[in-house]
Write a protein that binds this ligand. Sequence first.
Ligand SMILES: C[S@@+](CC[C@H](N)C(=O)[O-])C[C@H]1O[C@@H](n2cnc3c(N)ncnc32)[C@H](O)[C@@H]1O
Length: 332
Amino acid sequence: MRWQLKSFILRQLSVMPGGKTAYLSIQRILGTTRPQPRRDFIRAIELIELIRETGQQIEDTTCYEVGTGWHPFTPLAFYLAGASQIETVDVNPWLSLDSARKAIETAEQHLDWFCESLSLDKHEVWKRYRKIELRAKTLSQLLETMNTRYVYPGDATNTPYPSQTFDFVVSSNVLEHIPAEILKNIAKESWRILNPGGLAVHRFNPGDHYANDDFRVSTGNFLKFSESQWKPHGSGLAYHNRLRCSQYSRIFREAGFLSLIEKTRVDERVLQDITNGMQELAQEFREFAPADLASDYMWTVGMKANVNTENDLPANRDYIVQQTPKHRTGNA
Ligand SMILES: C[S@@+](CC[C@H](N)C(=O)[O-])C[C@H]1O[C@@H](n2cnc3c(N)ncnc32)[C@H](O)[C@@H]1O
């Protein structure tokens, strides 16, 4: 589909009454809300691997997820890996009893692979999986059996939790959909609700999402538009903040986080277009480094480093900044 057509449809749905419900129905018809357990487990595994890279573990930890989406694969993965409490919030009501049930059912045939990927004890993971009450009558009852609570509408900038409640604040494919000012407040609130040494762990896609459906354009396509030109295409249901990786980095540092891991994936086609002068750049993007502009994925871990001495830092001091990711992430 041409990206301009998709932008037009999303724009209409964003402003018409009942647009969100219509959007959900269209997604269902197109099959885009079908659970994709392998893909979504991979994304959750990446979050867990990032945590482990810092020397921390999931067993008996508490986790806050921003942006649940249609299927609770991140909470499921954290529960199966041993987390004792997972709170997951969204500003849209995409998750339902039916979608959660389907996702958890489809996860079953990938469980052995999931355990092997994370070197988890299969016996323990299967035991946890079997504890999930798929016949529960409500979504909250179902999620409760996997130590999870879903909050909709949830405001990650202003949570009801006391300071120092969670070990991790995580998200997958969400931060690019949040305006910079809200993101700054989410980063500050994350810092508040995290325990000392707690981690903000995020993976997201800073590239132009229209490139997923229209192969005529690249993930750098939106860089040629000024803020006002982009607005009609990147608002409402199609919102994308167009922030570059260096800007995310600054937001978390300014909220007080110590950056432990930052990895980015560069779209070589976009990089080449930029260096050859083939990618037009709007004024607001001209000051960025080409690799920053061409990045189409980022993985970041910031620690609430309430540290006074070197000894307070986590065991694994081998911090990783700007490595080529070994991750298996696909698009969007
Ligand atoms: C692309 S979906 C990703 C969902 C899920 N994390 C996944 O990986 O499948 C982005 C989700 O972020 C949610 N979202 C956007 N802004 C948000 C905010 N400020 N707070 C919480 N969730 C938000 C959207 O409603 C949507 O469900």
